[in-house]
Ligand binder design. Structure first.
Ligand code: PPE
Length: 305
């Protein structure tokens, strides 16, 4: 259960948590046209709170809305301001922020042109997405029987609500088979991403992640590519098939919610020695230092509130 906070911001106003209700004719509930973001705010080592890569997340929210022709009735700076303000109002020094843009009620049917575009921002406490043990020791992945959305079927660059039915189907399948998370292949059979994370693998010191063909352009993925470059770890975006992943020395998942979570097994094959490898550890440690404001070189990624 999500732990209630005091306020939710809806269409320009902070309202008590329990009053954040919508009408049953809300268009997005019926047809799935909506976009969202997931952003983390961390309690930093110096006691302050910082929102991690806030402008980049808000930019992606507006990009997603643009692609789906949803005209957000606020400016990006206003939405950024609300993200900071909601943490203050909810007395949260650490939280997960969820901006959601959806189509309100008006007409039904597949042309909601005149329906209002509504915006909510919610903040709640969210611990380790794939479990504390997963974050420390690594998770077990199962390849899904479902294909990741093809660019001719969905807008894969957009963080669209509807894209997540594909993710939920894959995730359930993995959980029901006793695994922690699902990995999806693209329509040509190459590794794409997990149900809610991007994926990386390492072999012989080379870090690889799939290119942005059918995957979400992850902001954590971008952090890892930047960090790898800065740390002198060879890294490239390249397509790879499943057996390439089975043969990796190390693998890990990245996402706002999952942060940097090691992978210890894929489809019954143990990855490397079955525990987080040295490059994974190095990147994970560097990442957590940065988000907690302990690395001055990446202050540009933090918005202190
Ligand atoms: N791929 C997918 C499909 C995805 O959902 C996410 C984030 C990522 C990659 C990584 O993106 P980024 O957060 O920018 O590094 N998944 C969000 C959803 C979590 C949820 O269950 O809700 C998240 O991590 O916030």
């Amino acid at each position: 259960m999500v732990e209630k906070a005091k306020f939710i911001w809806l269409d320009g106003e902070f309202i008590p948590w329990d009053q954040a209700q919508v009408h049953i004719l809300t268009h997005t509930l019926h047809y799935g046209l909506g976009v969202f973001e997931g952003i983390r705010a961390y309690h930093c080592a110096d006691g302050r709170t910082a929102i991690f890569r806030l402008p980049e997340h808000i930019r992606r929210l507006f990009d997603s809305a643009h692609v789906l022709q949803m005209d957000i009735p606020f400016k990006p700076q206003e939405i950024e301001g609300v993200c900071a303000e909601i943490l203050r109002r909810n007395d949260q020094n650490e939280a997960y922020l969820r901006p959601l843009v959806f189509v309100g009620d008006g007409v039904m049917g597949l042309n909601p042109a005149g329906n209002p575009i509504r915006v909510a921002i919610i903040s709640w406490k969210w611990g380790a997405y794939l479990g504390e043990e997963g974050l420390q020791k690594g998770v077990r992945l199962k390849t899904s029987a479902f294909t990741r959305l093809h660019v001719r079927v969905m807008m894969t660059r957009a963080k669209a609500v509807a894209n997540y039915v594909n993710s939920i189907l894959a995730k359930r399948e993995a959980i029901q088979a006793g695994y922690d998370e699902a990995i999806l292949l693209d329509s040509e059979g190459y590794v794409s991403e997990a149900s809610g994370e991007n994926i990386f693998q390492v072999r012989d010191g080379l870090l690889k992640t799939p290119p942005l063909h059918s995957i979400l352009p992850g902001i954590t993925r971008d952090c890892i590519m930047t960090l790898a470059r800065d740390l002198g770890i060879p890294a490239l975006e390249d397509r790879f098939p499943l057996d390439d992943l089975y043969l990796a020395d190390e693998a890990f998942l990245t996402g706002t919610a999952a942060e940097v979570t090691p992978v210890r097994e894929v489809d019954g094959r143990v990855i490397g020695p079955g525990k987080p490898g040295p490059i994974t550890r190095r990147l994970q440690e560097a990442f957590f230092k940065i988000v907690k404001g302990q690395d001055a070189r990446y202050e540009r990624w933090l918005t202190y509130i």
